[in-house]
Design a protein around this ligand. Structure first.
Ligand code: AHR
Length: 328
């Protein structure tokens, strides 16, 4: 664990430090933390629900190793109670810093107050929380999911510009209560509401997984004879839905237009093949920035409360060019 030095006492303690150096690890006064000069980060991950998440986990693990940060990693299997348990265990282990990607937006105040009382800083990555108390975390690094939903809606509006027939839409939502599901839904709805020809005839969660995406799309197809467009909150659900559409004898990308979010390799491959029509990018490569921010927080440096990820969007033609460079 890293001992937190204040600049004022640092110089005065140099002599003491030199004396104690031969004694091995020292104890961080009062906190019980061992000072071995190493940063320990506890990271509570959402799960392994999608290709995006797998790439995000890899990015965090590789970046921690490259930055010399000891990483304690846990997978919550998309359950908030598991994440809360993991955070409590990191507090008990007296890690230097905690980072996590909250499964859902609500219900974090109690455990984050426990971390604050234990003087362990917290960084949110990827997903936001809806707490009013912004002192519970140092910064939030990740995408703007509302903007992602808006980009999806804007593509749709352009695609159907000048057409007057009703456009029947179905929506595969992400995990219920999660920030990306809430925001991608509202951003999209905000853009398409201006034109009454767009009708969302079914909207249900597919929990961000391929299997659930397929299952829910099968039900959508059975209940609705005319579906023009599918909007899936991530690539994996879109890819599951493609299997259901093909099994129903329809051509994905042609009979049913498909918009997804993420731009992982599998999604981009389907886009290049014309089975998906548009993908809004959401970058999972948050590891290097996270480690950098963690070091700054522990050094007492001022960091911005919000760090936005830079992202793009792709058509099938752009996917063909981008695919060979795709890292995840
Ligand atoms: O929070 C980011 C979202 O979580 C990704 O878009 C999705 O694929 C993942 O499961």
């Amino acid at each position: 664990m890293l001992k937190k030095w204040s600049a004022a006492v640092l110089s005065g303690l140099l002599v003491v430090g030199a004396l104690s150096a031969c004694g091995g690890e020292s104890d961080d006064a009062g906190s019980g933390k061992k000072d071995d000069g190493k940063i320990t980060m506890g990271f509570a991950q959402v799960g392994a629900e999608s290709g995006w998440r797998t790439a995000n986990t890899k990015s965090i693990q590789e970046a921690a190793a490259a930055a010399g940060i000891e990483l304690k990693f846990s997978d919550a299997q998309q359950k908030q109670e598991n994440q809360i348990k993991a955070i409590r265990s990191y507090i008990a282990q007296k890690v230097d810093i905690i980072a996590f990607s909250p499964v859902v937006e609500s219900g974090w105040d109690t455990v984050l107050k426990e971390a604050k009382d234990a003087k362990i800083p917290v960084i949110l990555t990827d997903r936001a929380i809806d707490s009013k108390d912004t002192t519970l975390y140092k910064t939030f690094i990740g995408s703007d999911f509302v903007v992602e939903g808006k980009k999806a809606g804007e593509w749709l509006v352009k695609e159907y510009a000048g057409k007057t027939d009703t456009v029947n839409l179905v929506e595969l939502q992400g995990t219920t209560g999660s920030a990306p599901a809430n925001d991608r839904k509202s951003g999209f709805a905000d853009v398409i509401k201006a034109d009454p020809k767009f009708k969302v005839i079914a909207s249900q969660t597919g929990d961000f997984t391929r299997a659930k995406g397929k299952e829910v799309m099968e039900a959508f197809l059975k209940a609705n004879p005319k579906i023009d467009v599918l909007y899936a909150h991530n690539d994996d659900m879109g890819l599951g839905a493609i299997e259901a559409i093909e099994a129903a004898g329809k051509k994905p990308g042609v009979d049913i237009k498909i918009i997804t979010v993420d731009a992982v390799k599998d999604g981009m491959t389907a886009l290049a093949a014309g089975k998906i029509n548009y993908i809004v990018e959401c970058s999972p490569l948050l590891g290097p920035q996270l480690m950098d921010l963690a070091k700054k927080v522990l050094n007492g440096e001022t960091i911005p409360q919000r760090v936005l990820t830079v992202e793009s969007a792709f058509t099938p033609e752009q996917a063909k060019t981008e695919l060979p460079n795709r890292k995840y």
